[in-house]
Design a protein around this ligand. Structure first.
Ligand SMILES: O=C(O)c1cc(=O)[nH]c(=O)n1[C@@H]1O[C@H](COP(=O)(O)O)[C@@H](O)[C@H]1O
Length: 279
């Protein structure tokens, strides 16, 4: 019986620190690295990142869009990257932001959360904006296969507010509603539930939200989007102990040298450790 994602994530965070490095092969980064904007460039980029950091960070988060751009051959590179990252001991969060009516969601769940799927990942990012209940097939599949979800609750981009800060008829905000659904999903799970929220590190003081969902909080926005590790306690308060801070371009811009990538990830990891320890 596979251990639940939350249990595996807690252990990885405790052993390796909570940093998540994003594998985001932007065309502009391929160019900066002196690589062609083609499948060979994509493969070289991804392999370099995985080899540089997958043996030391808790989580790698490949952004599927940058691989899908190249069609089936790009997806083949993604499959290989997931396998290599997992073999090196990192947990993989597939950033594909899926969300659809329940019957279609079941197929997305089979694609990423069934342990026999070629793209099986430890967790998947999903959008709850067809209604949280539409995610049920993914929740069920994740539970059965020891995987997890990260549900978009309060995203790092400024445009997210028009949806996520909207207030429902009962006075509760939409983002807060997603956090409450996740808290219910994780109830009783120790040491950490498998159903996380995405909450941007860019959002400033979130003390009006109940971030104690019993599961992890994936926090993108550090580096290129302007947030810093030192911001984390102010944004997350005591829930910072469950935060998985993501850095993509802030690390990736140091390539193609593997040593420089590793050094950058280690600097972010150390700054995060220091910031979290102070809470
Ligand atoms: O789900 C995500 O990972 C995500 C959610 C969010 O609210 N904001 C956000 O930036 N992301 C992703 O996190 C990564 C951030 O990349 P950098 O800004 O380069 O560090 C990208 O892959 C985004 O797609």
């Amino acid at each position: 019986m596979t251990e639940p994602f939350g249990t595996r994530l807690r252990r990885a965070m405790d052993e390796r620190g909570p940093l998540c490095v994003g594998v985001d092969p932007h065309a502009s980064l391929l160019a900066e690295w002196g690589l062609d904007d083609d499948v060979a460039g994509l493969e070289r980029f991804s392999r370099t990142v995985v080899e540089a950091v997958a043996d030391r960070v808790a989580v790698l988060k490949p952004q599927s869009a940058f691989f899908e751009r190249f069609g089936s051959r790009g997806v083949a590179v993604l499959e290989k990257s997931v396998a290599e990252a997992r073999a090196a001991g990192a947990l993989v969060v597939m950033d594909a932001k899926r969300g659809d009516i329940g019957s279609t969601m079941a197929a997305y769940a089979e694609s990423f959360l069934h342990r026999d799927a070629p793209l099986f990942s430890d967790a998947l990012t999903v959008s709850p904006y067809l209604g949280y209940g539409s995610l049920k097939p993914a929740v069920d599949m994740a539970r059965e296969h020891g995987a997890g979800l990260f549900v978009l609750a309060l995203t790092s981009n400024p445009e997210g507010a028009e949806v996520q800060h909207a207030v429902r008829g009962d006075g509760r905000g939409v983002g807060a509603t997603m956090l409450a659904h996740l808290a219910a999903e994780n109830a009783g799970e120790e040491p950490l539930g498998s159903f996380g929220a995405v909450v941007g590190a860019t959002l400033g003081d979130l003390s009006s939200y109940d971030l104690e969902i019993g599961g992890p909080l994936l926090a993108p926005g550090i580096g290129a989007q302007g947030a810093t590790p030192a911001d984390l306690p102010g944004v997350f308060g005591r829930a910072v102990r469950n935060v998985v801070p993501n850095v993509s371009r802030g690390v990736l811009r140091h390539g193609p040298d593997a040593g420089a990538l590793r050094a950058s990830a280690e600097r972010f990891a150390e700054e995060i450790r220091a910031a979290v320890a102070a809470v």
